[in-house]
Every structure is written in structure tokens, then in C-alpha cells.
Design a protein around this ligand. Sequence first.
Ligand code: NAD
Length: 359
Amino acid sequence: MDIVVMPGDGIGPEITAATLNVLRAANEAFGLDIRYEIHEIGLGTLKTQGTTLPPAVMERARAVDGAILGPVSTFDYPMRAEGGINQSAEFRIGLDLYANIRPCRSRPGLSLSHTPMDLIIVRENTEGFYADRNMFAGTGEFMPTPDMALSVRKITAQACERVTRTAFELARGRRKKVTAVHKANVLKVTDGLFLREVRKVAAEFPDIELDELIVDAAAAILVRDAQRFDVIVTTNMFGDILSDEASELSGSLGLGGSLNAGAGYAVAQAQHGSAPDIAGRDRANPVSLILSSAMLLDWLGARHRNNALGNAAVAINRAVDQALADPATRTPDIGGPLGTARFGEVVARGVMSQAARAA
Ligand code: NAD
């Protein structure tokens, strides 16, 4: 099996190196036979090749079994015509990765939420307010006059339906509850359409409870009573914001895994950005990218009916939990002393001992 790895910008190369350390340990411990090929993208290739996503990298990514995408400094990219391609958009639209699956869990001694949290946010990934990807041609933002700017938010029945289906299927293997988060009190047409599709899909899953919540209340309840949530399904931007909130509540933005999944392809991608403020200082927390990569292994395991991949994903999760449980093996964002690279080594060793225990 081949996986394309794109370290990205800012802290990307550091957290990717730590993640690859863990993945290579998983390869060895579980006999996975996955080849990881590293390709440069981002500000580096903008300088050398005039684009943040060289066509050859995209072509190769399409040809392999899955991809790992590090965080990218999109805010610093020039316009698309000058080579500034947002790689997240390119993958999500180009490979139709319609569901962004973002689990979040509280852990003893780290969580800031008032009640225990164990939830998954399923975020629509191809439309909504994201102007650089929500139109067939042109962008969803424009300026009719120098002093007026408009953004168009696109919501389609098909996109709502399929992302809702993903959420209900996930809930079936969990606590059997889906909360649809919306703003249909104000956005009566667009979020009204979202809710219509959610209710249609819910009717096919009589064993799953459907809860509906306005997004502002959902943001507050996440802090006050996170255990109310099992699986949250929502539109693109609400999901982006709520998942950062949930990660931070679990202890740090650096803790939440994230998988972009479609019918036939998946991309592991850290939840957070490229954190330029701490880049190159060995201070970044690599957990988000490590857990995202474990999600990719699990997804590939289910797709190819390969138990070893699923077992490796479980071992990586356990090794991360073990490292985070000890204040001496935490990274600085959560008050620990370990650098990015050393943390990766600790988790890699943890994966080896998990495998030895399972044998
Ligand atoms: P950010 O997520 O990069 O950082 C926000 C804060 O969280 C910073 O203080 C940062 O140091 C901290 N942080 C983030 N990840 C961390 C980690 N793993 N360990 C420790 N601390 C961490 O958001 P930002 O500063 O708003 O954006 C920086 C750049 O990232 C921008 O160019 C933005 O466009 C881009 N961005 C990319 C993605 C992506 O690649 N998917 C997502 C969001 C933002």
C-alpha cells in the first residue's frame, strides 16, 4: 500500500516527522507493508515551482491509496492565479472528500470541559461558505463596488444528505445519538434545506436519536455539558469552528484528529493550522496529525478488510493516551517538557509495546 505524505508549512515538517516515526513503528509492529512517500508542497514549492501544489504531487496522490496532509499557511499564499492553491480545497473538491470527521475526547488532567467529552463532529466538506471551492466557476466572494463585499453560502440537498448519512452510520457504532447543528432560525432557506435532509435520513435510522440545536447554543453547551453530544452533524463553517472549540476544550488545538473521507479516498489532515508562531522550535504538539493518520489506517483497514490496519490504529490511540496521561511526557502546549520529536519517539515506543502486549 502506498501513502503520499505532504508535510506542508510552518510546524508541518516537524509534526509530520514525529508522525512518520509513529507510523514506521506501526508498520514494524503490525507488519503493515505501507510505503510512505514524502512530497514537498506549500511555500517551498511556490518558490521553486511557482505553485503551492505541484500537479505531479496531486497526480501521484490520486494514484495511491491515501494521503497525509500537514498544515499549510494558506493565509500567506498569493491568489490562485499567482500559484497560491489551497491544498485542502483541492483535495476535498478534487477527490470529493465530502465528510470531515473530527473526533474529540476529554482525558483526565487535560480537559477544560465541565463534563466528560467523547464526541465526533461530522462536518460537510465541499460547500458552505468556503468561497475558494463552493462555485463551479469563479469564487463565492466578490466585490460589486470598492466598498461592498459579498460572500455566497452554498447548501445543496445532495451534500447535506450524504454527510448526514455518514454521521448516522457512525452513531450506530457509538451511543446512537446525532445532533444536527444549524442556524435555521435565521438562515431559514439554506439551513432549512439542511434540516429537511437531516430529518429525511433520520427516518431511515429509527434506532438513532435525532437532536437539533442552534449553533450558538451548541457552542455554549459544548463548554457546559459536552456529554450531551455523541455525533454532531453540521455544515462546513459551523463544523470548522465547533471542532476547534472542542479540541481546545479537550486540552489543546493540537489534540484533535481529523479525516477527510469520500466514497473511495481519504486524507488525514491535522485539525489545526501551520502555527507559524511556534514553527521551527520543536514545541508543536504532533498528536492531531498522529491521530488523523491512525484514522486513515483504520479507514483503509475497513476498506480493505485488513484487521492489522485497524489494530495498528487502536495501538496508536492507546500509545497517545498513555503518553498524554503522564505530565512528564506532554508537549509544552499542555504544560509538558517534551519537544515534538521526543514526543513522537515516546508514542512510537508505546506502539511497539502495545503490539507486544497484544501478541
Ligand atoms: P493555527 O491553528 O495555526 O494556530 C492557532 C494557535 O494554536 C497558535 O497559537 C498556535 O501556536 C496554536 N497551535 C496550533 N496547532 C498547534 C499544535 N499542534 N501544537 C501547539 N500549538 C498549536 O491558526 P492560525 O494561527 O489562525 O493560522 C496559521 C496559518 O494556518 C494560517 O496561514 C492559516 O490560513 C493556516 N490554517 C491552515 C489550516 C490547515 O492547514 N488545514 C487550518 C487552519 C489554518
